[in-house]
Design a protein around this ligand. Structure first.
Ligand code: FO1
Length: 324
């Protein structure tokens, strides 16, 4: 079944995994049908530059510019500036590429002129030829802080990149979240959406910060439409990154079912992997699929399967049958 031409989709994402689903959706929808709302809790000041890793990962992925080996950064980028910093004795553990710097330079220039991050992102995405809307979760700076046993509280990228997510996590805090508000653009996208998707991103590190933006959760839950999460956990493992390690450390069972329980009634639909066929998921509407996106085509296939299932489910409800 073809994806409905009028279907408006909002997808909430973090970095690499979520960007892949956003790319799949962008391959099968018209640009005006898709809005991607991105976590900015990972953002940092890097030698005076405002770096927004998840926004950049999404942007570069959608523009076809991303480094395919890492899943972040620009393909073919070099690290000469990083090497020059090292000559000055800087411990250059955060791998910003030379071309990548152009994004951060421009963003920072506009940031200091008072341009909101939403507008900055629109300028950058437009220049990169990205048709769909990419929105930061909010305009205010919010910083994820990671409480660990070994090092106390860490800045997110210190935990994630410098210490390679090895410290044991005991809690997460979102610095600055109280001052944030849902943007008019995010609100409008949610208010007019036919479907909300939660990408296969880390629920604790990537999706929770988006949901914590004041006004965001209410805006999402006010919509009686399919609100569907795609699992980031397959056969008890995260496909990428520390999701399963963090689940253990925060004393959750490591399974797609536990992710569904964590989302609770924020979602009413859950897509889990066919390799986990024996799992029992509590969410009202569930579907099993091959959720692993190895190729670019896999992304479009998964996006289409998810939307086709949702269209069927919506038709079913319209016909008066609320089950399944
Ligand atoms: N990830 C790494 O594992 N190592 C890095 O040195 C690194 C640098 C980096 C620079 C710019 C950027 O946009 C992303 C970068 N990432 C790096 C990715 C990023 O730290 C994480 O993937 C996300 O924050 C988690 O979603």
């Amino acid at each position: 079944m073809a994806v409905g031409v009028d279907l408006k989709v909002v997808v909430l994402v973090g970095g690499v995994g979520g960007a892949k689903l956003a790319h799949g959706l962008a391959q099968i929808l018209q640009p005006e049908q898709l809005t991607v709302i991105v976590n900015t809790g990972d953002d940092l000041w890097y030698h005076g530059l405002r770096v927004c890793p998840d926004l950049d990962t999404v942007m570069y992925t959608l523009a076809g510019l991303v480094d395919k080996t890492f899943g972040w950064g620009l393909a073919g980028d070099t690290r000469h500036t990083l090497e020059a910093l090292q000559r000055y004795g800087v411990d250059a553990w955060f791998g910003v590429g030379d071309q990548d710097l152009a994004t951060h330079l421009l963003r920072t220039e506009w940031w200091h002129k008072g341009v909101p991050l939403t507008e900055i992102t629109q300028r950058l995405t437009q220049a990169l030829g990205i048709g769909c809307r990419v929105l930061p979760m909010c305009d205010a700076p919010v910083a994820t802080k990671v409480q660990t046993i070994e090092h106390g509280e860490l800045d997110f990228q210190t935990y994630f990149v410098k210490l390679r997510w090895q410290p044991t996590v005991t809690a997460l805090r979102l610095d600055g979240i109280e001052a944030a508000t849902i943007s008019l653009e995010a609100r409008a996208a949610i208010d007019t959406a036919d479907v909300i998707l939660f990408g296969p991103s880390n629920p604790w590190l990537s999706i929770a910060p988006i949901l914590a933006v004041p006004g965001m959760k209410n805006a999402l839950m006010a919509r009686e439409i399919p609100r569907v999460a795609v699992t980031p956990i397959v056969e008890g493992n995260a496909l990428k990154g520390p999701a399963s390690k963090i689940m253990k450390e925060l004393e959750y069972e490591v399974s797609a079912a536990a992710v569904a329980r964590y989302y609770g009634d924020v979602v009413n639909g859950f897509v889990y992997d066919e390799r986990d066929a024996t799992l029992e998921i509590d969410t009202p509407h569930t579907m099993m699929m091959d959720t692993i996106m190895q190729t670019e085509n896999d992304r479009a296939v998964l996006a289409r399967q998810v939307l086709d299932w949702i269209v069927e489910w919506k038709n079913h409800v319209r016909l008066g049958n609320n089950s399944g």
